[in-house]
Write a protein that binds this ligand. Structure first.
Ligand SMILES: *Cc1c(COP(=O)(O)O)cnc(C)c1O
Length: 354
């Protein structure tokens, strides 16, 4: 089996080995030090402030998105959401459920987010911007510089779902004035599912979290932050995934750090995009994340190609849902991928398409 999916993704042998070990008891100083060391490395990789706060939530990415909204915002806010695909749309659904006022910038595939489209909302009285840095459903990588500048001049908080972009595309939490950064274990970290991390800037912690009492027990950030001081979580965490995380972060550090890791994914993604140039497929006109290549199939055989690769070769690419099901396939570059894997995949795609 080979996964070119977007979560879970193709894992590394060292992760599988870590995952095969027995799960130890976790209310111990040993486990605490694994958590604290992981937090330190994650903050370094995200270029977060030293006093940024970290929440280790045992839940998938959507829960981290929802928890962020519950902890940071209420009915007195007015949010701006980039709704550029199914994950951006999810933020609007979360705001609807929790009755938090928002406007959304709706982008239908394959429309890029332009400066003009964004600045129509300038001076609109918004309190925060919610964005999925890589809108994984379309592969559009938004311009963090543009978004950051917009938020600064409008005095808005900036919430970034980097669930697929973290470790795949450059992120600098402090420099880009990101107030909340969200990512999950099963995407570019290439671990098992079940763990999400929420990083909070000192600014949003002081303004929105410290003194708040959200109506939720499991998702109350303050209890995670309090327990986190000693490397613990309020409830049973995904212990195994935290060991996988620690192992992965140490590997990334030993191999040259986050820049090296991003450079590798960028190289693999660029190589794939070069190789498919002669296949009659097209790429969308916007800036792409290194995490994923969305391929447009003019003959409407995207779903059929996905099925053949799966059934005949045990190779998984990522199908799209809804209206794009027959016209778009996504090839994920997250996880254990090399140029040789691209060679293999492109050969198989050519075979099944002929
Ligand atoms: C995968 C993903 C999510 C949510 O993922 P779940 O873990 O399935 O809840 C949210 N946002 C983005 C950008 C994603 O790629």
């Amino acid at each position: 089996m080979k996964l070119f999916t977007l979560g879970p993704v193709e894992m590394f042998p060292h992760t599988l080995e870590t995952a095969s070990k027995p799960i130890p008891y976790f209310r111990t100083p040993e486990f605490s030090s694994v958590v604290l060391e992981s937090e330190k490395l994650l903050k370094a990789f995200a270029k977060a402030q030293d006093d940024a706060k970290t929440v280790f939530l045992t839940a998938s990415g959507t829960a981290a998105m929802e928890a962020t909204v519950i902890n940071c915002f209420d009915r007195r806010d007015k949010l701006l959401v980039i709704d550029g695909g199914s994950f951006g749309h999810r933020f609007t659904q979360i705001c609807d459920i929790h009755e938090i006022p928002y406007d959304s910038i709706k982008l239908t595939y394959p429309t890029p987010l332009t400066r003009e489209a964004l600045y129509r909302y300038d001076k609109g009285g918004y309190t925060a911007l919610l964005v999925n840095l890589d809108e994984t459903s379309t592969g559009q990588l938004y311009d963090i510089g543009l978004l950051s500048e917009f938020c600064r001049r409008n005095n808005m908080l900036l919430v970034v779902d980097a669930i697929s972009a973290f470790l795949a595309d450059p992120i600098d939490m402090e420099n880009s004035c990101i107030d909340v950064l969200i990512f999950s274990s099963q995407k570019s970290l290439a671990l098992g599912p079940g763990l999400s991390v929420i990083m909070l800037s000192p600014k949003i912690y002081d303004e929105r979290i410290k003194d708040s009492k959200p109506k939720t027990m499991y998702f109350d950030f303050n209890s995670y932050i309090d327990n986190g001081k000693r490397g613990q979580t309020p409830f049973t965490p995904a212990v195994r995934v935290i060991y996988e995380l620690h192992d992965m972060l140490k590997h990334i550090e030993a191999a040259g750090g986050v820049e090296q890791r991003i450079a590798h994914i960028a190289k693999v993604a660029a190589d794939f995009r070069e190789r498919i140039k002669t296949m009659g497929l097209s790429l969308p006109p916007y800036n792409l994340s290194n995490a994923v290549t969305p391929l447009y199939f003019p003959d409407g055989n995207a779903k059929a190609v996905y099925e053949r690769l799966k059934e005949d070769y045990d190779v998984y690419v990522t199908p799209n849902g809804g209206e794009l099901a027959d016209s778009v396939l996504r090839v994920g570059h997250l996880g254990n991928h090399t140029v040789e894997d691209n060679v293999m995949l492109v050969e198989l795609m050519k075979k099944v398409m002929s």
